[in-house]
Design a protein around this ligand. Sequence first.
Ligand SMILES: [Zn+2]
Length: 199
Amino acid sequence: MVPGHFGLAAGVKSQVPSAPLWALMLATHWLDVVFVPLFLLGIETITPINPANPNAYGGGVIHAIYTHSLVGALLLSALAGGLAWLRWGRLVGVTIGLVAFSHWLLDLIVHYPDLPILPGNIGNLPLLGFGLWGLPTVAAFVELALVLGGAYLYYRSATALPIEPPLDPARQRRRVYTATGVVTALMLVSFVTTVLGIG
Ligand SMILES: [Zn+2]
C-alpha cells in the first residue's frame, strides 16, 4: 500500500505545516525503506500467492519479520522520530515517529496474517494482519480514499496560508495549484501502478 501511505503523509502535512513534506513522505515508508536491503539480502522475503501473477495488487505474503514486526516497527519509528526531534524539535519529532508507525497500522489492515509481534518472530506468536488484500477492490478503494483525502487536506491547508509580502495573491495561488497538482499526480501515478501490479 504505497499510495495510501503517501496520502496519509499529505494529510498530516496539513495539520503540522512545520514538518517538511519530504520527511513525512519518507517517514510513511520508513519501514519499507529498511525492508529493501533486508529483502535484497534474502533476510526478509515475499511469497506470491499466485506464482503465475507475482506482481498482482496485494498478491503477496510478506515475511518482513524484523522491520514489520510490531516491536521492530515501534523501535524503527522511535529511531525516525528521535532523529527528526534532534533536527526539527519536539512537535515534528513526535509527528514523524507517529507517521512512521502509521505505516504498520495501515499494513495491518491490508496484509495477510504475516506480521509478527516480536522481531524474527521469536516465540512463534500469532501473526497479525486483517487481510483486506483478499478483497482487492475494497483495499484499492481504501487506498484511493487515503490519496484523495490527503490531497484535499493538503490543498485546503496550502490555500489557507497567509500571503507573504513579496508574492501577489495570483502568484501564490498558482504556487498552491502547482504544489497540490504535483503531489496529487505523483500519488495517483503510484496508485495506478500499484493497483495494476506494475509498481
Ligand atoms: Zn510495509
